[in-house]
Write a protein that binds this ligand. Sequence first.
Ligand SMILES: Cc1cc2nc3c(=O)[nH]c(=O)nc-3n(C[C@H](O)[C@H](O)[C@H](O)COP(=O)(O)OP(=O)(O)OC[C@H]3O[C@@H](n4cnc5c(N)ncnc54)[C@H](O)[C@@H]3O)c2cc1C
Length: 387
Amino acid sequence: MKDTAEAVIIGGGIMGCSILYNMAVRGLTDSVLLERDSLGSGSTGKSQAICRMHYSNPVTARMAWESMKVYRDFEEVVGGPAGYVRTGYLVIAGAEDRAAMEANVAMQVEQGINTSVVTSEDVAEVAPMLDVSDAAGLAYEPESGYADPYSITTTYSTRAREMGCSVLTATAVTGVEVSHGRVVAVRTAGDRIETSMAVVAAGPWSRGLLSGVGVEAPLSTVRHQMIIIRRPQGVLDTHPAFGDLVQEFSSRPDATDITLVGVGEEDADLDTYNQGVDLSMVEDVFAKLERRVPAIAGGFFQGGWSGLFTITPDWHPILDRVEGIDGLYCAVGFSGHGFKLSPMVGAAMAELILEGAARTIDITPLRLSRFAEGDLLSSRYRYNVLA
Ligand SMILES: Cc1cc2nc3c(=O)[nH]c(=O)nc-3n(C[C@H](O)[C@H](O)[C@H](O)COP(=O)(O)OP(=O)(O)OC[C@H]3O[C@@H](n4cnc5c(N)ncnc54)[C@H](O)[C@@H]3O)c2cc1C
């Protein structure tokens, strides 16, 4: 292991790897990424990986839009597979969310996003397999879809290594060393890397690393379940991804005849949570899905998994330098919607770290101090997963 580096990144999820890559592209290659397990083994590898632009705030809507373009052209732009599949994405709102949905779409259109409010007749044309008869409002994004978190994460890491960066897996960071208000080193169980810059991108485990240097970030963890349904063969080739505000779940198709359903938000301990699915929930989920996609009746439950959302009080991330500790940065708290943002997170963090401020996108709304200042971002929906 190197014993000095200009920068150390803690965490080899999609965010750590994107930041490493984006710093390398901008010239900083004397850097080391430390991952305690394997790349993508945290929330990233468990993501439903839907890329939708439907947000309540311009900052995240724009980040999603610009990031989707990178995923779409990933081979050309970064140099590896992203597995981007364009399925279209539909927001299905009940009466209580209709006005909010329309306001969101108006804001997104102002940001240049390809989205619109649609009617049930429009849905019958683009997605005749969906039953939206109970919806009071509908919005459709034709360019949205899903991608492959593992491919994206490892592509970022491979390209960064080719440029000279180091990536070490199975190497857990035990602490960041601070002296006289400055980062001086990052410690692992057996080693110490001298550095003046450390980036905490350790997903659910970030809170502990930050509190180790006296920074209390408002992060907590909730468990989200992913249920795999196998569609009856030959009945339905695919369907769009969708966010169902009426029944509070999200869904997208996957490889051959598979539909994924994301559901549930319950407090969870980050090291002992149940990584499987609750069988007691499956019947209810199946009923909800069947109501929305009737042709799925006759399909079957094929298993599933659970992962962690690292949430903040407003369900939006913290992208910032840490006040009071020179050289310490954090990219944390991505809740259930960080996957789609990783290209812009990497670009913005690299600019913040190397140039003093993010210029690709203004990330001031995502500063850490917003919680103390009471200047939280607000979502127009009660269903936080679609923050
Ligand atoms: C079930 C589920 C569904 C989701 N669906 C979507 C979706 O449809 N669309 C979307 O945009 N987002 C979705 N998300 C959210 C998205 O996956 C996350 O926001 C994103 O993956 C966060 O990436 P990360 O790099 O911050 O964290 P992580 O992927 O958790 O990476 C952090 C890494 O840090 C490592 N680490 C921890 N502690 C240490 C240490 N001490 N030393 C070294 N390494 C350490 C961990 O092992 C881990 O690999 C979903 C998440 C889940 C769980």
